[in-house]
Write a new protein. Structure first.
Length: 211
């Protein structure tokens, strides 16, 4: 078994210390940081994402795997920069104004990072103008909005209106999600995508960067 496969398997099991050791060993053996990232860390997190989508693993396992991935990524970050490896794209993620729930948003962020998307995480209870400012500063092409309450999900529409008012609506893809959110609601407010789970959200976001 190749060392990148070993990294992938250790990550899927959430073995953070083992992932760190294997990443260091791979670097010592001359494996490129890009290969470690794509064939080890991202491949492992993609497997976790698929299993999560199929209800074979649950939120705690995803969080543990993501922690292991972050530990491995931290080691190779300077090597990636030296090799000129860029993220596939950037996304702004947040929970919208009035809503303080962050588990769904955090899961989406982890899944995004697990497919190579750099995330600008604005946290919870975020106003539209802050989202627009983050898009301008980062050049993000995707916005991921989350809400867990029926009373706050209406704010998704306000963000889209604010983007239109700022003349930026055609520059970004707006993805929405959360327990009360539906495809029907997404169509109604003019969002670009709705997904029912974080792993599917990552697949859709990736497709936006590839188009």
């Amino acid at each position: 078994m190749s060392i990148t496969n070993e990294i992938s398997l250790a990550l899927q099991k959430g073995k953070r210390a083992q992932v760190q050791e294997l990443v260091k060993k791979a670097l010592e053996e001359g494996v490129s940081a890009k290969a470690i990232l794509n064939e080890g860390l991202i491949a492992g997190m993609s497997e976790v994402g698929e299993k999560f989508k199929n209800n074979e693993v649950y939120v705690p396992e995803v969080l543990i795997a993501a922690r292991a991935m972050n530990a491995g990524t931290a080691i190779i970050k300077p090597y990636l920069a030296a090799e000129g490896v860029e993220p596939v794209g950037k996304a702004v993620v947040c929970t919208v104004r009035g809503d303080l729930h962050d588990i769904g948003k955090n899961l989406v962020k982890m899944m995004f990072e697990g497919v190579g998307i750099e995330c600008i995480d604005l946290g919870v209870d975020v106003e539209a103008d802050k989202i627009i400012e983050a898009v301008k500063e980062s050049g993000a092409k995707v916005i991921g909005l989350s809400s867990l309450l029926t009373t706050t999900m209406v704010y998704h529409a306000e963000v889209i209106k604010a983007l239109e008012a700022a003349g930026m609506r055609d520059q970004v893809k707006v993805m929405i999600g959360g327990a009360p959110v539906t495809q029907e609601f997404a169509d109604e407010i003019g969002a670009d995508a709705y997904t029912s789970d974080a792993a599917s959200a990552a697949d859709v976001a990736l497709s936006f960067f590839k188009n």
